[in-house]
Write a protein of this length. Structure first.
Length: 240
């Protein structure tokens, strides 16, 4: 990627693909290539054998933060790990839904609960191809339960939703949006979409409808933020 793409066209940016089973090797890869201006992100699967909040991964987050790299968690991953807490499933439909809904929520919960964002204050995580419509409902329950059992996680010093809003971004594909424009127009009441969403085309395929209905109910500033501004700010485009 470095020799065939990044060093041939300075408009391109890439992700460092990291191993999931060897944190030392992952850190070594960040140290080997993380300073290259073309690499702006490390890429890992959202489905793995240990939640990403687990301390075994902390050295990877430390290296990514030190190198100024965003952590990208992409849908799917190790097929040897069950996609649900109840075990393996029988159909691809269940697998598909679990990866983009169940597994990703478990990873967000793990990162916050294990204090990753408290420990690594500059770390940023992007959830790629994992949807985003599930987020408001997870955060409502997450905040509610944290208020009751915060003593179990004293290192989580703020509401979980605050950490997520500050450190986590999500991509627009797939977009699971309500069909009613009147309902869709109120999505801003559920989550700050113009702050948290990054445009993703998911080329060359699409998962049902695209993001156009959402863009239609936003003002010009909101559309610009989702289509370009949020990604430019997150990845430091024009500064790296």
């Amino acid at each position: 990627m470095r020799s065939q793409f990044l060093e041939r066209d300075d408009r391109l940016r890439g992700s460092l693909v990291l191993p999931t089973l060897d944190p030392d090797a992952a850190v070594a890869e960040i140290e080997r290539l993380g300073a290259h201006p073309g690499f702006i992100q490390v890429l890992l699967p959202v489905r793995t054998e240990a939640p990403y909040g687990n301390p075994r991964h902390h050295r990877v987050w430390e290296a990514a933060e030190r190198a100024g790299l965003v952590v990208g968690l992409h849908a799917w991953g190790r097929v040897g790990n069950a996609p649900t807490a109840s075990g393996f499933i029988r159909s691809y439909l269940e697998d598909y839904a679990s990866n983009s809904q169940v597994v990703v929520q478990a990873q967000v919960t793990s990162l916050v609960s294990e204090g990753v964002f408290e420990r690594f204050g500059a770390l940023r995580v992007v959830l790629l191809e994992c949807g985003f419509a599930w987020l408001p409902f997870l955060l409502w329950r997450f905040d509610k339960d944290w208020k009751a059992v915060w003593r179990e996680v004293p290192w989580v010093r703020r509401r979980p939703s605050e950490y997520v809003r500050e450190h986590v971004r999500l991509t627009t594909a797939p977009a699971h949006l309500p069909a009613d424009p009147a309902v869709l127009a109120r999505i801003g009441d559920l989550m700050p979409v113009t702050e948290m969403l990054l445009y993703a085309s998911d080329h060359p395929h699409r998962h049902g409808g695209g993001i156009e209905p959402l863009l239609d109910v936003l003002d010009d500033a909101g559309r610009r933020a989702i289509l370009a501004g949020n990604a430019a700010a997150l990845y430091g485009l024009g500064t790296r």
